[in-house]
Design a binder for this molecule. Structure first.
Ligand code: GLP
Length: 256
């Protein structure tokens, strides 16, 4: 695992985007796993700039998003409807800004009639395309990867997961509050790739920003491997893992 510390969020974002851009240039038909949250926004905007100003070409790229709230989503044919789904987030922050093809975009569908069946098909689709070349990851305040809350097993697969109160509080502050949605109205469940699904990806790019993540990322990288901090699974990741932190997030690490 490579651990890289950048001075600030902007440097982290530009550097992370350069790693994704290298993959897209090296393998134009690559499969990328995207993540949501406030952390990757800077990287997504930099990728959009690389597309617009330097012609970075996403026309053959396939994407699979990590997770989605259960009970909300958007009609992929009408991507600009306002709601708090991760599908909308991805369209706003990245997909509408680059030339990825609509038919190559995969986001778990929060309105699936049969969510369990949908999750199995999502896994099958990832496999049928040869697996994910690069998975973008963050870390939740409770140490989660995707929406794999504490207690999720390391061999868990794409499934429905119940969100815990810390995650609901964090995501309320980061997104829902601004949109005028009350905490009571927020979804309580999500669809998420499992830890086992993530561990099978070929490379991982984990982004961690800000002082509020310093304690939890120290636990994930240097603490015991534990399902209490599901992102600690990075310690047993077999592919090529890169963790990029800003100085504030790295401030509690003992070994860099
Ligand atoms: C959500 C997402 C995670 C993400 C986390 C961190 O819970 N499901 O995939 O890593 O938020 O978000 P932020 O970057 O806003 O701290």
């Amino acid at each position: 695992m490579k651990i890289i510390v950048k001075d600030n969020y902007e440097d982290l974002s530009v550097f992370a985007a350069s790693i994704v851009a290298d993959l897209v240039k090296r393998k134009p038909n690559c499969v990328i796993g995207f993540a949501t949250g406030s952390t990757p926004i800077g990287m997504y905007h930099e990728l959009a700039r690389l597309h617009k100003e330097e012609g970075l070409d996403f026309s053959q790229v396939t994407s699979f998003n990590l997770d989605e709230y259960l009970g909300i989503s958007i009609d992929l044919e009408k991507p600009y409807e306002m709601d708090q789904s991760y599908a909308r987030f991805m369209y706003e922050e990245l997909f509408s800004r680059i030339n990825i093809k609509q038919e190559n975009i995969n986001v778990p569908y929060g309105l699936a009639e049969n969510p369990d069946q949908f999750c199995r098909q999502y896994e099958e689709k990832i496999k049928s395309l040869g697996g994910i070349d690069m998975q973008i990851l963050g870390i939740g305040g409770d140490g989660h990867w995707g929406f794999n809350e504490p207690g999720s097993s390391f061999d868990s697969r794409t499934r429905v997961e119940k969100l815990n109160s810390k995650t609901i509080d964090d995501n309320y502050e980061a997104f829902y509050k601004k949109a005028g949605v009350s905490k009571e109205e927020m979804p309580r469940y999500a669809l998420t790739m499992g830890i086992g699904t993530i561990l099978e990806t070929k490379s991982a790019l984990m982004l961690v920003n800000g002082e509020k993540k310093a304690d939890i990322i120290q636990k994930a990288l240097e603490g015991p491997l534990s399902t209490e901090v599901t992102a600690s699974a990075i310690q047993i990741y077999k592919g090529d893992a890169t963790v990029i932190l800003d100085k504030a997030a790295a401030s509690k690490l003992k070994n860099i």
